[in-house]
Design a protein around this ligand. Structure first.
Ligand SMILES: N[C@@H](CCC(=O)N[C@@H](CS)C(=O)NCC(=O)O)C(=O)O
Length: 211
């Protein structure tokens, strides 16, 4: 398998983490977003919306990280499924998988833009924008805090795709030294300790191949 993407892209990291959790691997074909490589005709040929990631499995091509992680979960593997069999639990998983890019990721991307991308490309950090984004992240984490009361994972007792999709974005808060947002919430902090220390993720963070 091949995965077009980049290890600094949270969407790519979701796919890499799903592969790692299942004990599978794909060759990472780097697409440099800073250079605009995602908009080149050769990339549009694999992703018509000029984004990453894209998974290639033989003659099968798939984009959208949400679809990729579900596909990867269904591949033959000795690892347990990350998708619950029960319809209601699976629907709850889907709800949380959808919450992450809809309500959390845009604000985390704003923090990234303000603290990293603006200074990197000659711009300035706007502290008011950082504060606004932090407040929005705090709101989402408060929702998660309540949802995690009495639970180990978002969809119940086991780690599922619902939890997996939060790992790369929450890691970014750690990198950006904004993890007070995580650590000041008891349930979120305990959940992050559980999901952020899984061997598959630790291997990715350490730069080891996703296996
Ligand atoms: N819904 C898509 C979002 C894909 C996406 O926005 N990818 C980002 C990287 S995380 C990207 O390619 N950005 C480049 C751009 O917008 O030009 C998915 O989950 O795969």
């Amino acid at each position: 398998m091949k995965l077009y993407g980049n290890s600094y892209s949270t969407c790519t990291l979701r796919a890499l983490l799903a592969l790692a959790e299942k004990g599978l691997e794909a060759e990472l074909i780097p697409v440099d977003l800073a250079k605009g490589e995602q908009r080149l005709p050769q990339h549009r040929a694999v992703h018509p919306f000029a984004k990453i990631p894209v998974l290639i499995d033989g003659d099968f091509r798939l984009y959208e990280s949400g679809a990729i992680i579900r596909y990867v979960d269904g591949l033959p593997s000795s690892a347990p499924s990350l998708i619950p069999a029960d319809a209601k639990t699976r629907a709850v998983m889907d709800q949380w998988v959808s919450v992450e890019p809809s309500y959390l990721q845009p604000h985390i991307f704003e923090i990234r833009k303000q603290l990293f991308l603006n200074p990197m490309f000659g711009g300035k950090t706007d502290p008011a924008e950082v504060e606004k984004a932090r407040e929005s992240v705090a709101y989402v984490l408060d929702v998660l805090e309540r949802a995690l009361e009495g639970k180990h994972y978002l969809a119940g007792d086991t780690f599922t795709l619902a939890d997996l999709v939060y790992v790369p974005t929450l890691q970014f808060l750690v990198i950006a030294k904004q993890d007070d947002l995580i650590l000041t919430r008891r349930n979120v902090a305990a959940w992050w300790e559980r999901i952020g220390t899984r061997p598959a993720w630790k291997r990715i963070v350490a730069g080891a191949p996703a296996r």
